[in-house]
Design a protein around this ligand. Sequence first.
Ligand SMILES: [Zn+2]
Length: 135
Amino acid sequence: MRRLVEAAGIELKRSGKDWLGRCPCHADGEPSLVVTPAKNLWHCFGCSAAGGPIEWVMKLRVVSFRHAGELLKADPAAAAGSSEPVRRGTVRVLAAPVALDPVDQALLNQVIDYYHETFKTSISGEARPRPPRTD
Ligand SMILES: [Zn+2]
């Protein structure tokens, strides 16, 4: 996961078991992107973008879930590389959210749930909602 982020030209600095860098998904003034290689997850505290390798490629290359998976399978380095021109080809970027067939959608939901659960447990203590104020 760390290599995938660095392949996009993002500098990462070690912070315990995590790596911090500037988020490519929003105008990030100071590093709010957290990469957890051990869990193959990333999360941005600035814009709330989060996920695993596939979500990373989806965000970075603006491609569909399926396309991101294919890019990763074909060539992980190129999938995340910012130097490589984005291949627009026959995949229509804007068509992605509605082009999912039911199988894709089910798979996507599973992946989202999985990452959501994994992430919730992996950051417990840091990003947990604060208890309601009593004042
Ligand atoms: Zn962000």
